[in-house]
Ligand binder design. Structure first.
Ligand code: CDV
Length: 330
């Protein structure tokens, strides 16, 4: 049986700070209708789709900050999106800022989240961004700030893989795409398609030498993740100049070969589509990346033992200790 997902990657142009949810949802619904016209089954929207990328600002007023978050999904303002998707028979993946209000039994939590929604409007899976870039302190000397470490907690749901659309679907968000561990943890669960949205400024205030290769780094990371795990990767941008900050666009649909099969040509609202055969990953998973035959996890102890890099001597010591512990357990 052929397993094809007709996929739409729904790139968004800039979203202004004063653009209301209703206006944004209208833009998303326009994407859904175009996706339906082109025969899609599943539509992927960017990271923090519903608002401007607010982590660029230091916000002290809690009410002003919390206005950027959703406390329920769907909520009253996102219900029309769910209703229209269901009417059209489309699934979608939506990134948004999630606020879990605190009470006497739990503390308040904020996450950078994405949900995978089935064609009947059911939530098939949820992911909370794990690799949060940027900083937590006020750094007004920067041309613009990146306060994800202040406004979100690292995700607590892991890199799970969900059954849906006839295949195995995983999610990650923006900066996660730069980390090989993201894809490999999902690869070890047989993932066949990774959906991700991003908001990536083209300027890096602290590392201007990263500006020119910014586009290359985006493509490189996603193509490598796809190839090394025999999976489709779908990267969807919010691009263009948003509140004075330019974001790279270039949304891409990448095959398990690591080759990009569709790519956005503009920096605005643009839908790109591809018929994604989930079985294209099989030959990679069965041969060059047959994990069960070729992986050597006994040599990967440092990956889970360490957070930051250490000296070669310390690395050798940790490896040897891991080896000794293994032998003792055998
Ligand atoms: N939203 C992001 O996670 N952006 C980061 C930038 C700050 C480098 C990214 O990895 O694209």
């Amino acid at each position: 049986m052929v397993r094809i997902i007709n996929l739409g990657a729904a790139q968004m142009g800039p979203i202004a700070r004063d653009e209301g949810r209703a206006q944004v949802v209208e833009r998303l619904i326009a994407h859904l209708r175009e996706a339906k016209r082109r025969g899609c089954d599943l539509v992927v929207f960017p990271e923090l789709t519903l608002t401007t990328f607010f982590p660029r600002w230091w916000l002290e007023d809690e009410a002003e900050l919390e206005a950027f978050y959703e406390t329920e999904m769907p909520g009253p303002q996102t219900r029309p999106l769910f209703d229209e998707a269901r009417r059209l028979g489309l699934g979608f993946c939506l990134g948004y800022a999630e606020l879990i209000p605190g009470d006497e039994t739990r503390r308040k939590c904020r996450f950078n989240t994405a949900v995978l929604v089935g064609a009947e409007g059911e939530i098939l899976g949820k992911y909370r961004k794990i690799h949060l870039p940027g900083h937590a302190e006020h750094e007004p000397q920067r041309a613009f700030q990146h306060l994800e470490k202040r406004y979100f907690e690292p995700g607590d749901l892991g890199f799970r893989v969900f059954r849906g659309f006839g295949g195995l679907i995983g999610m990650c968000i923006c900066n996660d795409r730069r980390w090989p561990e993201t894809y490999r943890v999902m690869g070890l669960q047989g993932v066949e398609m990774v959906l991700l949205g991003y908001n990536t400024p083209s300027r890096h205030p602290l590392t201007p030498d990263h500006d020119a290769p910014s586009w290359h780094h985006n493509t490189l990371s996603m193509q490598a993740g796809a190839y090394q795990n025999g999976t489709w990767v779908v990267g969807v941008a919010k691009g263009g100049i948003e509140e004075g900050v330019h974001h790279i666009a270039g949304s891409q649909i990448i095959a398990p070969s690591g080759e990009t099969v569709a790519q956005a040509a503009t920096e605005g609202d643009e839908l790109i589509t591809a018929a994604c055969d989930l079985d294209l990953g099989r030959s990679y998973k069965a041969h060059i990346f047959d994990f069960a035959r070729h992986r050597e996890p006994r040599h990967y102890a440092l990956i889970t033992a360490l957070k930051g890099a250490v000296t070669p001597e310390e690395g050798a010591r940790i490896e040897a200790a891991a080896q000794a512990a293994r032998e003792a357990a055998e």
